[in-house]
Design a binder for this molecule. Sequence first.
Ligand SMILES: [Zn+2]
Length: 289
Amino acid sequence: MTPTPTEKVEPTDAELLEAARGGDRRALEALIARHQPRIFRFGMRMCGDPEDAKDVLQDTLVAVTRTWNDFRGESSVSTWLYSIARSFCLKRRRKEKQAADRVETLEHQGGDSFVHAAAERQPDQLVRDGELRTALQDALLALDEKQREVFVLRDVEGLSARDVADSLGISVEAVKSRLHRARVAVRNRLAPIFFGDESQVPASRPGCPDVLTMYSQNEEQEISADLCAEMERHLEACESCRAACDSMKATLHLCRTSPVPEVPPEIQAQVRSALRALVPSPLGPSSTD
Ligand SMILES: [Zn+2]
């Protein structure tokens, strides 16, 4: 009986790796095809530039075709891939930063170039969602690099805090503390759009707790039941903290629903040919195309 597509069970990453180790190059191709759109998105969020993201994706996938056989499966495949992609992002950013510093010195430009870029846009030509997504990207790029990678992996790519820690080689505690700061910073950059403009952003009143950080801590199950109940009571009574929490929630929702981009066909083709050149097919003609 031929299974209908809905009955077909996709092989797991581990099964694909095992098949690849047995000489099935198509299994490796399938594994890469499965993960590449999200690696591309990660590169887009980290670099902010589609061309850079393409380079990062290509470098990552080509590195994978060279090193996959050394991968021992101590972490998940996606954790491993993100850690490779991240190292290429960092290299690229470092090079760009050096170039940008030179331009900055030459032109005596003050301020944040992303803020300038945002100011040049005409918001009334953009639908709100598009505006928010653009602002989100600006907010990500304005983050300190260490906060950015934690935030993107946790809140855009949806890795667990443990997997983020493994990808970056840092402790879970470090992940969480960077994450809380990053979330508050991103929410603060988006708040004027959520509330119409800067003057409408609710200010916390004297004596209000740091509800944005607490909201983030609560997402990571770091808040005790007692503290959580106390926070709920405060939110019930305090309109501005409630609005602030709602905007934090909306910020995280925006991140978690970030679209997965299509991988440019030229990169897919380059990676396929790199695979064919680097990974022999010992099973003979049946495993080649
Ligand atoms: Zn309050």
